[in-house]
Structures are given as structure tokens and as C-alpha cells.
Ligand binder design. Structure first.
Ligand SMILES: Nc1ncnc2c1ncn2[C@@H]1O[C@H](COP(=O)(O)OP(=O)(O)OP(=O)(O)O)[C@@H](O)[C@H]1O
Ligand SMILES: [Mg+2]
Length: 221
């Protein structure tokens, strides 16, 4: 099992009141799985993905990644897991504007201490359909669809066990959205790469192997 999250609870304080966002959500992800998470705006998709991606911690519940229980009191362990085991793709790309395309893709490798990732970065960029002539361009010069392809290559650079994508196509036109989800599907099939994808789009969700709905803080079929 790549990722196992059981009975996750999370609430936020809002002034005097408390909002219970996650109320016992559980999810199990195997290698080569591709799961869509749907749910209305505010249902807690991003909250859940941040917790699964170790960017936030639950109030209660248990998360196990690659057979290891998450150790929330160990920042170094968390940073290492985030860097090595998990790839992220965000709605607004979250690329470094002042860096070039290839530098963006290499960055997580360099953070992990690998300074020889240029060749792999080039291969991944070719894989996601970015032409060589773009490699040295600053990312802000790219289109949204191109930026998301670069973000996907960046997410793949450290061969993560799972890629977590939070509305990866929400900012793209229909054609680019289809391009991105087809690309994810191809990567899923080619490398047995696991994905969890939060989306509002039925078209995107239908490309995944299964769909879970976040409802009242729980994941249901
Ligand atoms: N850091 C926070 N502090 C307080 N409330 C928060 C925080 N993060 C999220 N929330 C609240 O938790 C609820 C779920 O938010 P979340 O962003 O997870 O929903 P979502 O399903 O991703 O929505 P969308 O589809 O619009 O992206 C919302 O009511 C939101 O206001
Ligand atoms: Mg969200």
C-alpha cells in the first residue's frame, strides 16, 4: 500500500465557532491507482490533500505512507517524505517565476541533494510534451497548459510514490484540461504512477480509475 489514511478528523476555528471539515475520512491508495476526489466547494478537498501530502496535520486519525506511520513531531522526517515520496501539482502551478523551465523541474532533486538531475529533467519535459526550445525560458512566459505540464514534470522528478494534484485543470481551458488529464493517465499507465486528483470536473474524474466523493467530511463512493 502506497498511502493509507484512516479516520481523519480536522476542524478549524472560525471566530467563536468551530467548523468540522473532515469527520472520519479514510482513503487507501495502491500502486498505479488513480483516484479522483470530488465534492462541492468548501467540502474539504484541499484540506484533505494538504493532510495527505504532509503539509498539514490532522486533529486525529492515522496516516501511513509506504508502510511508515507519519511522525508529526519529526520535521526532518516530514520534509524528507514530502521531498522523496510525494509529488504535488497545484491549481496555480506554484512554479518559481524567476527560474527557467528546466531549473523548476530540477529544483526538488536539488533540494533532495541530487545535483545531476538535468538529463532526467530533460527526459521528463519531453515526456510531458515541452519542446527543447522552451527549456531555458523563464516559466512566466509559458501558457497555463504549458506551466501545468512543467509542474507535472517537476512533481515526477524524484520518482514519488504518489502525486497529489489539487484541481490541476481548474485554471485551464477545456482543450488544455483534457491534455493534462490525458497526460496524467498516460503517466499513470506507463510508470504505474499513483495519483490523487481533486477536481470539480466530471470529465477529469471520469478519466480516473475510481471516484470518491467528499461529503459531510467523509469519503464515500
Ligand atoms: N486554514 C484554515 N483556517 C480556517 N478555515 C479553513 C482553513 N482551511 C480551510 N478552511 C475551511 O475549511 C473548509 C474546507 O475548505 P477546503 O479549501 O478544504 O475546501 P475545498 O473542497 O478544497 O473547496 P474548493 O472546491 O473551493 O477548493 C472551508 O469552509 C474553509 O473555509
Ligand atoms: Mg480546494
Amino acid at each position: 500500500m502506497i498511502l493509507k489514511a484512516e479516520n481523519i478528523h480536522k476542524s478549524f476555528k472560525s471566530g467563536e465557532s468551530i467548523i468540522n471539515v473532515l469527520n472520519g475520512a479514510s482513503i487507501y491508495v495502491e500502486r498505479s491507482d488513480m483516484v479522483a476526489i470530488m465534492g462541492v466547494s468548501g467540502s474539504g478537498k484541499s484540506t484533505l490533500l494538504h493532510i495527505l501530502g504532509l503539509m498539514d496535520r490532522p486533529d486525529s486519525g492515522k496516516i501511513n505512507i509506504m508502510g511508515e506511520d507519519v511522525q508529526y513531531d519529526d520535521e526532518e522526517w516530514l520534509a524528507h517524505k514530502r521531498n522523496r515520496n510525494i509529488g504535488f501539482v497545484f491549481q496555480f502551478y506554484s512554479l518559481m517565476n524567476e527560474l527557467s523551465v528546466i531549473e523548476n523541474v530540477m529544483l526538488p532533486a536539488m533540494i533532495g541533494g541530487n545535483f545531476n538531475a538535468e538529463k532526467r529533467a530533460e527526459e521528463l519535459l519531453a515526456d510531458v510534451g515541452i519542446e527543447r526550445s522552451m527549456f531555458k525560458k523563464k516559466v512566466y512566459k509559458l501558457s497555463g497548459g504549458e506551466m501545468q505540464r512543467v509542474a507535472l514534470a517537476r512533481a515526477l522528478i524524484n520518482t514519488p510514490d504518489i502525486i497529489i494534484a489539487d484541481e490541476p485543470t481548474a485554471n485551464l481551458d477545456k482543450q488544455s484540461s483534457i491534455g493534462i488529464v490525458e497526460l496524467m493517465k498516460r503517466i499513470n499507465e506507463k510508470y504505474n504512477q499513483s495519483f490523487i486528483i481533486a477536481t470539480h470536473s466530471k470529465d477529469v474524474a471520469c478519466q480516473c480509475k475510481r471516484i470518491l466523493n467528499l461529503n459531510k467530511g467523509m469519503l464515500i463512493l
